[in-house]
Design a protein. Structure first.
Length: 268
């Protein structure tokens, strides 16, 4: 590589570094502003904050509406993530191991919820929930959130299955184990980090979802993002910033856990 090429490569690397840094700053600044204003004592949003107070977090924790919404979000998120994980494992096994006919179509359909606009999914799921008599119930929201969570366990489990040969599973069945025993004793221990990571990502996606809740929820099944949306229509207060900061912290911890889990499992 000539001197001029090295200079050009160095300049290009610096440009890309600066561009990525600017994008990250653009993402982080609004988040930091929301977190900062949640720790002020004033009854209105003001930045930069002039004092420090946990007033709005205490009010958030003591609010019955928020407690009910958090309980709904946790229940819906855990149930939807469990359904999505079971479906993702089954679909991944059919695509990667069984190589069932139409695997390419099945893969595309499994990944589609992560690509399609959620408004499209909501418009499609709304009449289905009405037809099934589930509109406004927890099951309507759980099934809808399971749909948007499906791509995460499907992708992570597919990646885990393709990372090792199926000869171990074939040897297990050759030695007398049936399909279920092979999955329980051989396959699942190998893909366990991917399964847990997929579950966490699906759970995090459910916690942050708003559009489907707007179409499918009722006052008794509203989630925390939906309650925040309703509150924003009336007045923007630091209490909303505190609730948003809590969601941000929980989501960040979930994503961090999903990222570190495969490394920890590999070290053990």
């Amino acid at each position: 590589m000539s001197v001029s090429e090295k200079k050009l490569w160095t300049a290009w690397s610096r440009f890309l570094t600066g561009l990525v840094g600017a994008i990250l700053i653009g993402f982080l600044v609004p988040i930091l502003v929301v977190v900062a204003v949640s720790f002020q004592s004033k009854s209105y949003l003001s930045f930069p904050p002039t004092d420090f107070s946990l007033r709005w977090y205490q009010q958030f924790i003591g609010n019955d509406d928020y407690r009910s919404a958090i309980l709904n979000s946790m229940m819906i998120g855990a149930s939807a993530a469990a359904l999505a994980t079971i479906a993702g494992i089954s679909t991944a096994l059919a695509v990667v191991r069984a190589r069932a006919p139409g695997s390419a179509i099945v893969s595309a359909l499994s990944i589609a919820p992560a690509v399609l606009p959620q408004i499209v999914l909501a418009i499609g799921l709304f009449p289905i929930s009405v037809w099934l008599g589930l509109q406004g119930t927890l099951w309507a929201v759980i099934l809808a959130h399971a749909v948007i969570g499906l791509p995460f366990p499907f992708i992570t489990v597919c990646g885990a299955l393709t990372s090792y040969s199926n000869r171990i599973e074939i040897a297990s069945m050759t030695l007398g184990a049936n399909a279920f025993q092979t999955f329980r004793l051989i396959t699942f221990p190998m893909i366990r980090p991917a399964v847990i990571a997929g579950f966490i990502f699906a759970f995090a996606a459910s916690l942050d979802e708003l559009v489907l809740a707007l179409f499918l929820s009722s006052p008794s099944t509203r989630t925390l993002p939906l309650l925040l949306w309703e509150q924003l229509n009336f007045q923007v207060t630091p209490e909303i910033a505190a609730a948003a900061s809590v969601i941000l912290a929980v989501t960040s911890l979930l994503i961090l856990a999903a990222t570190l889990l495969p490394r920890l499992d590999k070290d053990n």
